[in-house]
Design a protein around this ligand. Structure first.
Ligand code: SF4
Ligand code: SF4
Length: 163
């Protein structure tokens, strides 16, 4: 992953912060379902590579980098996918919090009807439904995000076609 992609995605992650108004410091409390039971969160290839770089840059992951890399490589082949039990969920928290994908950052505050979290989620009243009509107004940085992840996909798949 080259530095330009890395910097662009970091900027988008930073921008996303101002749109997410957490209802409290620890909004999920002791409920970890979205990371540990049946996560419905999507992730793009670029974000996997971003995580991989984060793992390599942080020595606390030494020893687990191979495990994560194997997981990531297996998942990359599935195209766009969902987590089930997220491998980054450890000790009741996200072990890659600074590098987590955008869907984890936005969830559940912004969800589409299909991806809405559990009906008994205690944050359900804070959910803003995203539709094709309102998505760009509610989250304008998504345009840049989708441009970037799609550009990266085409770069990646073209690179593979050369071999
Ligand atoms: S978003 Fe809701 S269902 Fe998911 S972990 Fe948080 S409280 Fe639980
Ligand atoms: S990356 Fe982190 S926030 Fe996202 S599902 Fe995994 S543990 Fe949860």
């Amino acid at each position: 992953m080259n530095n330009w992609y890395y910097r662009e995605l970091t900027e988008i992650y930073k921008k996303s912060i101002k749109y997410i108004h957490k209802v409290s410091v620890n909004p999920c409390g002791q409920c970890f379902r979205c990371c540990s039971v049946e996560a419905k969160l999507g992730i793009y290839l670029l974000e996997y590579d971003y995580i991989e770089r984060f793992l390599q840059d942080h020595s606390i992951f030494t020893g687990r980098v191979k495990f994560f890399k194997d997981y990531i490589n297996k998942k990359k082949k599935d195209g766009k996918f969902l987590y089930h039990v997220c491998p980054f969920y450890k000790n009741h928290s996200c072990s890659i919090y600074q590098a987590r994908p955008l869907s984890c950052r936005l969830y559940p505050y912004f969800s589409t009807k299909e991806d809405i979290c559990f009906e008994d989620c205690n944050l359900i009243s804070a959910v803003q439904l995203l539709t094709v009509e309102n998505i760009c107004n509610k989250l304008p940085f998504l345009e840049r995000y989708y441009f970037l992840v799609n550009l990266y996909n085409s770069y990646f798949f073209n690179k593979f076609r050369l071999f």
